[in-house]
Write a protein that binds this ligand. Structure first.
Ligand code: ATP
Length: 244
């Protein structure tokens, strides 16, 4: 068995014992670039202990006093991962993108360690495919997802767009006039438009409520709809032909 002699290694900065943090439910973020770094900071700002690992000294220095523990190390090295207690962590995010070889190697090491929840960032479709094939359960493609999202926002009728899966999304929009002023159940919108209104917010209100079948929506409400990207887009543009 490999001894967890992490203090003897070249970990540049640390505040807490990573092996203890690992056992206590910390999240490991491997690669503290723009994506991994903002993820790590966001988690930390919500009180989550984060063990950050990056190969670049300057990056590690930047995060030294922001995360529960930051180490400089090559995460493709299984010994380094074990010394930092990453084998004990249940949630790991591999946020290395442009160095494809490093991303794949780290992914295979992490899979070998048997962590329960693993996310890995991909920067291209082939990259995502390789990570899926390796067995990474959650492959995220931030650039791709953001591009898709922005395409819907730019078209103008959707103010927020969250892809849940390839063919299922949540979108924030306003009710088309043809479903406004009558109870939702009488609009037949599921049958006609293949979308579901999940929640609504009244104009000037600050609270979202679940949209049950008896609720009446008004044109100046905001609504959250679920469906395929195509159906959501078609539904949110229903009033377009009546606009000046
Ligand atoms: P971002 O857009 O999030 O900045 P990127 O895909 O452009 O990411 P990458 O070059 O993939 O950037 O690296 C993200 C971070 O991962 C960098 O800070 C880099 O130093 C770190 N990194 C790269 N390889 C390794 C490795 N083998 N071990 C640990 N950290 C690494």
């Amino acid at each position: 068995m490999i001894e967890k002699n992490w203090m003897a290694r070249s970990a540049s900065f640390f505040t807490g014992d990573p092996t203890r943090l690992a056992k206590d439910g910390a999240v490991a973020v491997i690669g503290l670039g723009r994506f991994g770094g903002s993820l790590a900071k966001e988690l930390a700002s919500h009180g989550v202990d984060v063990i950050g690992i990056d190969i670049a000294e300057a990056v590690v220095a930047e995060f030294a006093d922001r995360l529960a523990h930051v180490s400089r190390g090559d995460a493709t090295d299984e010994v380094v991962l074990r010394q930092l207690g990453i084998d004990e962590v249940s949630r790991v995010v591999i946020a290395i993108g442009s160095d494809l070889e490093a991303s794949i190697l780290v992914a295979s090491r992490i899979l070998k360690l048997g962590n329960r929840h693993i996310w890995a960032k991909a920067i291209s479709e082939p990259h995502a495919e390789i990570l899926h094939q390796l067995g990474i359960p959650n492959v995220i493609s931030p650039e791709n997802d953001m591009g898709r999202r922005l395409a819907h926002l730019i078209r103008g009728h959707i103010s927020d767009f969250l892809p849940i899966d390839e063919d299922f999304v949540l979108a924030r929009t306003t009710p088309p006039v043809r479903i406004a002023d009558v109870p939702l159940a009488s609009t037949g919108l599921r049958g006609k438009y293949d979308v579901t209104v999940v929640a609504f917010k009244r104009r000037g209100g600050s609270r979202w409520d679940i949209a049950d079948r008896d609720v009446t929506l008004y044109a100046d409400d905001e609504i959250l709809i679920a469906g395929s990207p195509h159906h959501v887009e078609v539904f949110s543009e229903l009033d377009k032909d009546t606009e000046g």
